[in-house]
Design a protein around this ligand. Sequence first.
Ligand code: UDX
Ligand code: UDX
Length: 460
Amino acid sequence: MGGFKKKILCIGAGYVGGITMAVIADKCPDYRVALVDIDHEKIDKWNSDNLPIYEPGLDEIVKRRRGKNLFFVKEMGKAIEEADIIFVSVNTPTKMFGAGAGMAADLQYWEKTAREIKKYARSDKVIVEKSTLPVKTADAMERILSAENKKVHFEVISNPEFLAEGSAIRDLEEPDRILIGYKDTPAGKRARDDIVELYAHWVPKKRIITSNIWSSELSKLVANAFLAQRVSSINSITPLCEKTEADISEVARAVGMDSRIGNRFLNASVGFGGSCFKKDILNLVYICRYYGLNEVADYWEGVVRINEYQKERFVARMMDVMFHTLANKRICLFGFAFKANTSDTRESAAIYIAKRLIEEKAALVITDPKALENAKKDLAGDNAKVEYIEDPYLASKGCDAIAIMTEWDIYKELDYEKIYASMRKPAFIFDGRNILDHKRLFEIGFNVYPIGMPGLVHFS
Ligand code: UDX
Ligand code: UDX
């Protein structure tokens, strides 16, 4: 393919690989960007008008670049052979078997991918770790890639992705920082410069930072652990607020205005979800235990424990205030995505809460503007007991309670008088995201239970 300065391949066309490569293609018209994925249906979707993921702004970019310098392909061998730089963003889920089950990262896809690269490569390649990996993975990868291969040189670089779903395009276009971890050798420096050159197409040089490769791998785990810790920290104060008539949003505002603390990631919620936070913290915990650092491991494990507690507490409060039984009560979940502006439901608090409510024999109705297909897959074993209705008015009709799971803007703007009129009485609202006007809802007639604030209740 003539005319392009460099050829990039990304293995793994999921949320991270797909969106990152679309933006790289958009910002670097002089580079040819290809994506390959073992899931060929996904590749077909990337090549259609119905992309496999929903992310604001993504459709436009893909339309703009696809077929010009952005390609979604199925043939792995050819794609590897042609590429100068190979990003790997295959998934690294929590390992569910054997040593480290439930904690460690499952590296089988990574290793398999490294072996594929080795099999097809005929010329030197820069291999970029985009997936979040345990510290020291680059070492293992280099050993696999270099074994019995004298002719081709593979240089492994760490370049973790910090995008958050829902704001991914902006996060990529205006990143706080780009982190590039490299080995301090002549080949390592050359590879580092290649990746710096790529990002320098649109990212100011002062925001492109480099470090040793292990620091880079570890920084990604630690960044996610810190972010999750903030959510767990604020959530850990919510039960105390509910007991003492303090208001968590007032506490968060007062605490967050301290410039040393900062005001972001202090929204109390029903619990954090997403594919990264829990997985990455458990991975960090596992590595600490591996090195015998049990105090450190316990400290970070606490972040996950508080999150589990927060989800369970939400259901317990529903039970408690709805007269200690949920059996046959109709409960409508507003939102199923793990956060607003995404169709992604991985590790969403809504999954746990839906399953617990089903256990309690409640009749569930789920509504979400983008995530109903994923919700059906998540609750596949229980679908007989769940209704999925996209229109929130129809979904909440005849229900005893509404529980807000996702902070979608549309839920702030609904006509709650109309909703109240269509519900069974007494009608309850549990605001798991504190996005609604609680006083107003109370005036309409609802019994209102926000997170981290005392309930507004019509009976004593
Ligand atoms: C995933 C991980 O969750 C994250 O930790 C990591 O940083 C990047 O990869 P994400 O892109 O959100 O994040 O995952 P997902 O949407 O599941 O995409 C991974 C893709 O890799 C899938 O499309 C899967 O089919 C593909 N894959 C997986 C391969 O192409 N080859 C494999 O061997 C395994
Ligand atoms: C996160 C990191 O932010 C990102 O840098 C990394 O690359 C991947 O993991 P993501 O999981 O997509 O991104 O979304 P994020 O915005 O971090 O939210 C994670 C979860 O925390 C969501 O369930 C969100 O609703 C919840 N959250 C976030 C809160 O409950 N309160 C907050 O104040 C912030």
